[in-house]
Design a protein around this ligand. Structure first.
Ligand code: CA
Length: 216
């Protein structure tokens, strides 16, 4: 899953990027609205964390202009717990909001829910044969036994599971799972797929030569 963080305060922005990468997400960042909007329009992010209070082009304007062309899930960060702001955010097409200061655990939970809904999955648990993925708790079991995955292996599995039945191209996987700095390491994906097959069985992820990967 690839996320965009638009936040002008450097400490908060860097902290968010670090924390979200720790959860296995690929994360791009923008320090101002114009750059954020440009990135949001030119890439297919799985979700965007958008601060309301930005210099020059603020979060409201970024959201309004983004919604002219894209339905990417957006979680807005607002500094004040004012009903008017919340209503305005939701009316303007935000999918969720958080009031600063917030707990990272709550941000993670809300993003997981947004990404799930964005994929058309209302249920938090995905089942593929004897493999069970609890996307709320980020736990994977196989035949009832817990399987330990790295954060990156987990997001790869979840992404393929959320697109079950579709062939997901390598390009799409690179776009959604790796950020701008990692995209050149082209065998990283094969290593993660190899490890997932080792842990969850060789048949779970099917390779479509020349196309990509699929969970059937
Ligand atoms: Ca700000």
């Amino acid at each position: 899953m690839r996320l965009l963080v638009v936040e002008d305060e450097p400490d908060l922005r860097d902290g968010l990027v670090r924390a979200l990468r720790g959860q296995g997400y690929a994360v791009d960042a923008a320090a101002e609205g114009e750059d954020g909007l440009h990135k949001a329009q030119s890439s297919d992010y799985d979700a965007i964390v958008l601060d309301v209070m930005l210099p020059r082009v603020d979060g409201w304007e970024v959201l309004a202009r983004l919604r002219e062309t894209k339905a990417t899930p957006v979680l807005m960060l607002t500094a004040r717990d004012r009903t008017a702001d919340r209503v305005r955010g939701l009316d303007a097409g935000a999918d969720d909001y958080l009031v600063k200061p917030f707990d990272n655990a709550e941000l993670f939970a809300r993003l997981r829910a947004l990404i799930r809904r964005g994929s058309g999955q209302a249920r938090a648990t995905l089942e593929i044969g004897d493999v069970r993925i609890d996307t709320a708790a980020r736990l994977v079991t196989r035949a009832g036994k817990a399987v330990t995955l790295t954060a990156r292996e987990y997001v790869l599995l979840e992404y393929l599971a959320l697109h079950r039945g579709e062939v997901v191209t390598r390009t799409a996987l690179y776009e959604h799972l790796f950020d701008e700095q990692e995209s050149t390491l082209s065998n990283i994906l094969d290593v993660h797929v190899f490890n997932l097959r080792r842990k969850l069985g060789p048949e779970l992820i099917v390779t479509r030569r020349g196309h990509g990967y699929c969970i059937e």
